[in-house]
Write a protein that binds this ligand. Structure first.
Ligand SMILES: NC(=O)c1ccc[n+]([C@@H]2O[C@H](COP(=O)([O-])OP(=O)(O)OC[C@H]3O[C@@H](n4cnc5c(N)ncnc54)[C@H](O)[C@@H]3O)[C@@H](O)[C@H]2O)c1
Length: 352
């Protein structure tokens, strides 16, 4: 078992433990003084893990309700958010009760936003079940739902009170989703950790990812923790987490969201790395290793969309502020630089 302490507007432990989901009642009971909890999950995750989570919470003395949403991004909506709040009210939840998010980033973001706003804020707990949610969305306190024409446009910063990552829960995750999480892990390695990058290269060579998952998740959570410490409310430094995302979001949007987020991030990471290499900012050998890792994990690294299409779609990304846009540029494996550019120059940084 590994524990990472996050010090933010609310401080909490992230526990990384195989089988940890079965002990969630102990972990939550250790930090939560309330008596009632509502488990929010989706219709794929709840049938697999719901029973053991509820059993563990009840064994720790909690009264437990559940709320199950359809799986997928469509559930990060204002209407689903409202029906969750209605259920909480029907369950007569008060400010001393809490929510438990059991699932991927969709469940975590929706549950966190409901927790942030119900009766002006109640505690919540994260039990992430995708690799992306373990290394990224469950930690750091960003919560949100989507509007019809914009992702994550309504949300709040609201930290969980405890996060329990159980790598063994990834055994049931479809391979495609696991790989999407790997794209975010590669992103972490490129932006801040050479050792992690080398570990991933080893995993790729001997197909030993599952053996190293606890180490990989812990390393990523540590990197995210450090970034959140420096910039909890996303005023600058936290932007490095967007490495590969400006072009990635464009690929996602152009594909009508058929291209999965992690796949799009992998493409975006390769493109911005190639642009950095061509401008002499990133050594060619580092670019070759980044491309090799993306390929080795079976992630896509190119797209059918033209430079112009990607440019126009990138400009609608919310990181564009007025006439300028900030791009995260890798300058070595483990190091990035933030560049503020006039929007018109972004096209020079798109290297399909
Ligand atoms: N809050 C943040 O900081 C942050 C950061 C990154 C991404 N996000 C958000 O996260 C969301 C994406 O999260 P995601 O990739 O986890 O997707 P997801 O929550 O949609 O999960 C992907 C699929 O895997 C299934 N699933 C989850 N765990 C499973 C398991 N253990 N076994 C079998 N099936 C399982 C789900 O039912 C779903 O169908 C996006 O909405 C994105 O905006 C938020």
């Amino acid at each position: 078992m590994k524990t990472v302490r996050v010090e933010a507007s609310r401080s909490y432990d992230v526990i990384i433990e195989n089988g940890g989901i079965n002990s969630c009642g102990d972990y939550i009971g250790g930090v939560f003084k309330g008596k009632r909890l509502m488990v929010v999950s989706d219709d794929i995750v709840f049938p697999i893990y719901g029973e053991r989570v509820i059993k563990s919470l009840e064994a720790s003395g909690f009264t437990v309700e559940s709320f199950v949403i359809p799986n997928g991004e469509g559930s990060k909506s204002l209407s689903r958010y409202e029906s969750l709040l209605d259920s909480m009210l029907m369950f007569r939840m008060t400010r001393s009760d809490g929510l438990v998010a059991l699932g991927g980033g969709v469940v975590g973001d929706l549950t966190g936003f409901a927790a942030a706003t119900y009766q002006r804020g109640i505690e919540f707990f994260q039990l992430p079940t995708t690799l992306l949610a373990m290394v990224d969305s469950s930690v750091g306190g960003k919560t949100a739902v989507n509007l019809t024409h914009g992702k994550n446009q309504v949300g709040a910063f609201w930290q969980p009170s405890c996060v329990v990552c159980d790598p063994s829960a990834l055994d049931t995750l479809p391979q495609e989703q696991l790989l999407c999480g790997c794209a975010e892990v590669i992103k972490y390695a490129v932006l801040g950790d050479v050792r992690l990058f080398c570990l991933l290269e080893d995993c790729m060579r001997d197909s030993s990812l599952s053996k190293s998952l606890e180490d990989i998740i812990t390393t990523c959570v540590n990197i995210k923790r450090d970034i959140v410490h420096r910039d909890e409310f996303d005023r600058g430094g936290r932007m490095v987490l967007n490495l590969g995302h400006t072009i990635g979001h464009a690929v996602e949007a152009l594909s009508g969201f058929r291209q999965l987020h992690g796949q799009a991030v992998a493409i975006g990471l390769v493109m911005i790395s190639r642009a950095a290499m061509k401008r002499g900012l990133l050594p060619e050998s580092d670019f070759d290793r980044i491309l090799g890792l993306v390929k080795g994990f079976g992630l896509p690294y190119s797209t059918e969309y033209s430079k112009e299409e990607l440019f126009l779609a990138s400009l609608s990304d919310k990181k564009a502020a007025g006439d300028s846009i900030t791009v995260v540029v890798p300058v070595a494996i483990g190091r990035t630089r933030l560049l503020r550019l006039p929007c018109s120059e972004l096209i020079d940084w798109i290297e399909p």
